[in-house]
Write a protein that binds this ligand. Structure first.
Ligand code: DAS
Length: 396
């Protein structure tokens, strides 16, 4: 039932009411609804050919449905199908011919690295179609930045790939999914988006998948921080101001042919008083988020390196750029052949036995530990040499 304002009201409330003071001055009552202008449900579709975009749906809040629609209540992510999602945004037809494919329909916490591999292979395959301008992947926001970064590393095409989600369910109040989807499709359909790498489009912002992060669970929550946006989806469509310059797309060396699973890489954190991890069975690699390690942590990670585990350090904020990059000579490998001298009471130097050598640790450049883990997993499909992996971290 609709609510309307009763017209007879106290005189003092006249001007005020027409501005802001509705709750104080107006009596709210129910009456027959006023006629509402009829808005055509389907916008005029241009007769000129529109670019083809494939929407690959994986689930998430953008496909979420509530038990009590139109409330702030709980909802089930990954409920609407790809077809249902696009049919709720008729405006899409003005800008693209959208085909759909249902890859999965899950909350993104259920997306696994094996699913990344299958998804990336599928996108690489479909982008070979000459008639396809680009791909949009709909995805839950909880793990959106991870999937997008994996695709950034492994999709070897210049065509636009846009990952998009929503912070409010499709049946909620003011859902952001429809406008995000429209912006994503317009971006994927645009020649301006070619050779920009995999992008995340949320809240009219075009973000590089390398840098995009979910900072909070409200609209506007995706950001690239200091690194800035690539562009904006304005009324007239996507406008780019910047382009990424690191390795991605056709220049990526990561070929997933023959890869079905990714090497096991663990994620750890260094903290005051920390002693470092120990594993029942060693992983192939470890990424540690750290601003600096305790002695015990340093020793624990050194032992892991001695045992052949590739160790990557990432600054806790993900914002640091010191380390293995730059144009200078590569960092001197840690030789660990030093014989340490300990001063004794009678000042005679006594030699301690040398520690066994440890391969160097790898430094992540401006990557969160979560993204460094993904790059390490992908790098380990090609090499286990930490110097070569440092080269990869310097380039991507
Ligand atoms: N947190 C939800 C989302 O924002 C669910 C998910 O990630 O799938 O999409």
């Amino acid at each position: 039932m609709l609510l309307s304002l009763r017209r007879s009201r106290p005189a003092a409330c006249g001007l005020l009411l027409s501005l802001i003071a509705l709750p104080a001055c107006a009596q709210v009552t129910t009456s027959a609804p006023a006629p509402v202008p009829v808005v055509p449900a389907t916008p005029a579709v241009p007769t000129t050919p529109r670019p083809k975009v494939l929407l690959i749906a994986t689930g998430g809040t953008i496909a979420g449905v509530q038990n009590a629609p139109g409330t702030l209540g709980a909802y089930r992510a990954g409920t609407l199908t790809a077809e249902q999602i696009i049919s709720s945004v008729p405006e899409l037809a003005r800008f693209a011919q959208v085909e759909t494919e249902q890859f999965s329909n899950v909350a993104s916490t259920l997306v696994t690295p094996e699913m990344w591999v299958t998804l990336a292979k599928r996108i690489n395959e479909v982008l070979q179609r000459e008639d396809l301008a680009g791909v949009v992947v709909t995805h839950g926001t909880d793990r959106l930045e991870e999937t997008a970064f994996f695709l950034y590393l492994t999709v070897r095409s210049e065509k636009p790939v846009v990952v998009v989600g929503a912070q409010r369910p499709a049946t909620g109040i003011s859902p952001d999914g429809p406008i995000n989807l429209l912006a994503a499709v317009r971006t994927a359909a645009s020649p301006k988006a070619v050779a920009k790498g995999v992008m995340v489009v949320m809240d009219d912002r075009i973000l590089s998948a390398r840098e995009s992060r979910k900072l909070y669970q409200r609209t506007g929550g995706f950001s690239t921080g200091d690194m800035g946006m690539l562009g904006v989806v304005a009324n007239q469509g996507p406008e780019f101001f910047f382009a990424p310059v690191r390795r991605f797309g056709p220049r990526s060396e990561f070929d997933l042919a023959g890869v079905d699973t990714l090497p096991r890489v663990e994620l750890t954190m260094s903290y005051p008083g920390g002693t470092g991890p120990s594993f029942a069975t060693n992983p192939v690699g470890v990424v540690v988020a750290t601003t600096g390690m305790t002695r015990a942590e340093g020793q624990a990670y050194r032992t892991l390196r001695q045992q052949g585990v590739v160790v990557v350090t990432s600054f806790t904020s993900g914002e640091n750029v010191n380390g293995g990059g730059g144009d200078g000579p590569p960092p001197t490998p840690v030789r660990d052949t030093t014989v340490r001298a300990t001063a004794t009471r009678d000042t005679t130097a006594r030699a301690e036995p040398a520690e066994p050598p440890a391969p160097p640790a790898v430094t992540a450049l401006h990557l969160t530990a979560g993204k460094a883990r993904i790059l390490l997993m992908v790098a380990l499909t090609r090499t286990k040499d930490p110097r070569e992996i440092q080269r990869i971290f310097n380039e991507y």
